[in-house]
Unconditional design. Structure first.
Lengths: 79, 179
């Protein structure tokens, strides 16, 4: 499967992640929190969290594909 | 029918969601532990029953377990998660908002589901945080405060994605946006 196809699997995560970013980063930044050094630090952790969650979803998608392929092979072999 | 007229219920849904987001953030910024009792009290009860701790309310502080040396303070209430969950659900269910009835049903449903999900996901987050605090989960030489922060972000994000995916399955007639 191509990378673009793989990435399309995690597209449903766009809305919940965007909602989280609006609440935790965009609104505080609009309220002036962006001027504080701690905010940049927090934003980095949030970005890392997003990367981890998207990465985990991609790994889970790969694992599911593997399991499905395996099951199809087993069924095909038994027929 | 104009584009605006055809989408008036969806636009109203977005407007209500944004108003809830702004008002919710404003409320959370200044709320005390007592004022957040509607979400902190059930969370503390759930955490106590899951982790074997005993959190009791202390005015001005929050829910405290002196034995575990852990406080469930206003910052732990999960209101940001609840607001993000509500916003994500409303955006996901927008296509099903075709009249006043479907709009109200989806807004109420999104609020109820976001509240229930907050109790579950926040309980999980706090139980893991207690395990980190007690050393049950070993983080080696890593900074405990940073690990606690990162754990919260990952649990909340994963919880939001799970909530959104679940909402797409339990409301198929709402024509969920992307699921």
């Amino acid at each position: 499967m191509r990378l673009s196809d793989r990435l399309s699997r995690v597209r449903p995560m766009a809305i919940p992640i965007a909602a989280y970013l609006i609440i935790t980063l965009a609104l505080p930044a609009a309220h002036g929190a962006g001027a504080r050094a701690e905010f940049g630090h927090h934003a980095l952790w949030v970005a890392a969290g997003c990367a981890v969650v998207i990465g985990l979803a991609l790994v889970a998608s790969l694992a599911l594909d593997g399991v499905r392929r395996g099951m199809r092979r087993v069924r095909g072999g038994g027929a | 029918m104009s584009w605006l007229a055809a989408r008036r219920w969806q636009l109203l849904g977005v407007a209500v969601a944004l108003a809830v987001v702004v008002a919710g953030k404003q409320y959370y910024r200044a709320a005390s532990a007592g004022e957040l009792g509607w979400i902190l009290a059930p969370t503390a009860r759930l955490v106590s029953s899951v982790s074997g701790t005993r959190f009791v309310y202390e005015a001005g502080i929050g829910w405290v377990d002196r034995g575990a040396t852990f406080i469930i303070a206003p910052a732990c209430a999960g209101v940001n998660f609840a607001i993000a969950g509500f916003l994500a659900l409303v955006l996901g269910w927008l296509r099903g908002m075709r009249d006043a009835r479907s709009l109200i049903a989806r807004l109420v449903g999104a609020a109820a589901l976001a509240y229930a999900a907050t109790l579950v996901v926040n309980t999980l987050r706090i139980v893991i945080a207690i395990a980190l605090h007690r050393g049950t989960i070993d983080v080696g030489t890593l900074d405990h405060a940073e690990v606690h922060r990162f754990e919260g972000i990952v649990v909340y994000l994963a919880g939001l994605c799970a909530l959104y995916a679940l909402a797409g399955r339990i409301a198929p007639r709402s024509r969920h946006a992307v699921v």
